[in-house]
Design a protein. Structure first.
Length: 406
């Protein structure tokens, strides 16, 4: 079931393919896949962008379609988005499994402090208001090597299958870009499962079972032929709960200041990392039921010394006789200072298992590879390209990226 891949950066074949003209991307401030990047910086100077790109009115849509906003403060509209993405947003998903972003996860992901409602864009059918395509953006300050830049973090580009290959994506991208420029932000960051232009880095996905019987039965994690359940359990069992686990407590309001300090210090080591305000940190890290989980270890003074966080994502399973859902968690941050990476990982994974999750997944950014190696993770099939818009940069190793992926 699980598809292996050893691919990390775009392959030669993909690069060759990308030599063919790209009607849209060739005119954007991005670097083609085939070009070697020797220095960092803006691709297009701002004055150029201002004259060429910013228009007052939205881009024209084909007859019968109209622009609209998804009001993420309205549960009915978030539900509509949730259903649309559940049906059609299946990027980089393993065969037979489709990812499901819950309504609350979408609320969390799209409403950080200072978000702009007019960056949550959709296209509807004029006659019946049917949702046909989406693209979203949230503002974020990032550190890129020695520079600090404001970016728009783009997500949820999705076009109804009946309208695919009709070039709605370029219109959506241009329209969101127009609105970003109007707010005096000139750069973007996004991830994608296909190589379109030169990525900053290419992340690999890893996973590890928690619910051993279920994952074994599903065959989600590949094993050698004839591997017995007994052996599978031996390989993937987690250490028993220890006294130390009980000290791992959910992040609470009282921890915010010291946890924020720990986070800020931690991300300084990476070349590409978010620069969060305390308010943003609270947004991304405070536990939310069914959305994200953060646990901390405290010292005797009550200061946070270690932190781990993950968010939960469910997969719908198609065509299995017994199971229709896979409850998975995505590693967000695992910051170990007073215990080693393996101990902290064993602790939070034990908690995730107790919470009823079946699987842990994560990308090899930050120091995660260390965790994957010592906790028997398996490399999965998906590569994730990390892109920047109007920012050329010498490629980064995945371990130089402290940016979290939703
Ligand atoms: C991705 C998706 C929106 C593309 O739609 P499409 O109808 O195939 O493509 P369109 O005809 O609208 O547009 C084609 C152009 O958009 C670009 N494009 C397509 N997918 C893209 C992506 N994920 N990121 C950036 N550009 C993309 C193409 O490269 C092409 O431009 P080019 O001629 O310069 O190469 C659509 O396949 C979809 O909704 N997939 C499911 C959700 C998904 O995978 N979203 C992407 C998340 S990264």
């Amino acid at each position: 079931m699980y598809i292996y891949s050893t691919q990390c950066m775009p392959t030669e074949k993909q690069k060759q393919k990308s030599k063919q003209p790209r009607k849209f991307w060739d005119k954007q401030p991005v670097i083609p896949l085939t070009e070697k990047i020797l220095e960092d910086g803006e691709v297009d100077v701002r004055e150029n962008l201002t004259t060429n790109y910013i228009r007052d009115a939205p881009y024209k849509l084909p007859t019968g379609f109209k622009w609209d906003l998804i009001d993420t403060s309205c549960t009915a509209q978030l539900t509509e988005l949730h259903v649309f993405l559940k049906k059609y947003y299946n990027r980089g998903v393993t065969r037979g499994y489709t990812k499901e972003y819950s309504i609350e996860t979408l609320r969390w992901g799209l409403q950080p402090p200072g978000y702009f409602p007019d960056w949550h864009i959709c296209i509807r059918q004029e006659s019946n208001n049917k949702l046909l395509a989406t693209i979203t953006g949230i503002p974020m300050k990032i550190k890129f090597r020695e520079k600090e830049i404001m970016v728009c973090n783009i997500n949820f580009l999705c076009v109804h299958p009946k309208l695919r290959t009709k070039r709605l994506s370029p219109v959506l991208i241009k329209e969101v870009t127009r609105r970003i420029f109007l707010r005096d932000i000139w750069h973007g960051i996004a991830t994608g499962s296909v190589p379109v232009f030169s990525p900053v880095s290419t992340l690999s996905q890893y996973c590890r079972p928690l619910n051993l019987e279920k994952i074994y039965e599903l065959g989600y994690v590949p094993t050698h032929k004839n591997t017995s359940l007994k052996l599978f359990k031996k390989v993937y069992s987690l250490p028993p709960i220890t006294e130390c686990t009980r000290n791992l407590v959910p992040l609470g309001k009282k921890h915010i200041q010291s946890a924020f300090h720990l986070f800020t210090e931690y991300v300084k080591q990476f070349e590409l990392a978010p620069i969060l305000t305390e308010k943003e940190f609270e947004h991304w890290f405070m536990p939310r039921k069914g959305v994200n989980h953060t646990f901390v270890l405290e010292n005797e003074k009550g200061e946070v010394t270690d932190l781990c966080s993950y968010h939960d994502i469910a997969f719908n399973i198609h065509g299995h006789y017994k199971y229709d859902e896979l409850k998975s968690v995505y590693l967000h941050y695992s910051i170990s200072k007073t215990v080693d990476a393996k101990t902290l990982s064993s602790l939070w994974m034990s908690i995730a298992k107790q919470q009823g999750f079946d699987l842990v997944e994560g990308f090899d950014n930050m120091k995660n590879k260390e965790i994957f190696d010592c906790m028997n993770f398996v490399k999965g099939g998906s590569s994730l390209y990390l892109y920047m818009y109007n920012w050329k940069c010498r490629p980064l190793e995945t371990g130089q990226i402290g940016f979290f992926i939703l």
